[in-house]
Design a protein. Structure first.
Length: 123
């Protein structure tokens, strides 16, 4: 089927837009894991945007940076189905006591690690 909208109409503009960006839209329909909108991402980042305003009143740049990191880790844990408070407590206890901070060691502490999922899942 073809669409032949009236030239310069809103439908014509929409069809031109879709045709121009078609290659960017197609992966959404090829991979069922991809969402059609970024609404969830927008909702999740809202707290960071609000926090950014609050961090203007931090007493130091390092304090504001640390607050942002902690909130990011908290939200990541939450989005991965973990109890974020218990997960943060675990990290605050575990990381300072690691003999070496390597990528492999830290990988074992990430929220999507199977062992971490088993210990800190909200379910």
């Amino acid at each position: 089927a073809t669409i032949d909208p009236v030239a310069k109409s809103k439908l014509d503009a929409a069809v031109q837009y879709a045709c121009k960006l078609r290659s960017g839209f197609e992966p959404i329909f090829e991979d069922g894991r991809l969402e059609l909108t970024n609404n969830r991402a927008e909702r999740n980042i809202k707290e960071l945007v609000i926090g950014r305003k609050n961090w203007l009143h931090s007493t130091s740049l390092e304090g504001a940076r640390t607050s942002g990191i902690i909130l990011s880790v908290y939200k990541t844990a939450e989005l991965n189905g973990l109890n974020p408070v218990k997960y943060l407590e675990f990290l605050f206890d575990k990381i300072p006591n690691l003999p070496v901070l390597s990528a492999e060691t830290l990988d074992q502490l990430l929220p999507w690690n199977k062992d971490v999922q088993q210990h800190f899942s909200r379910n």
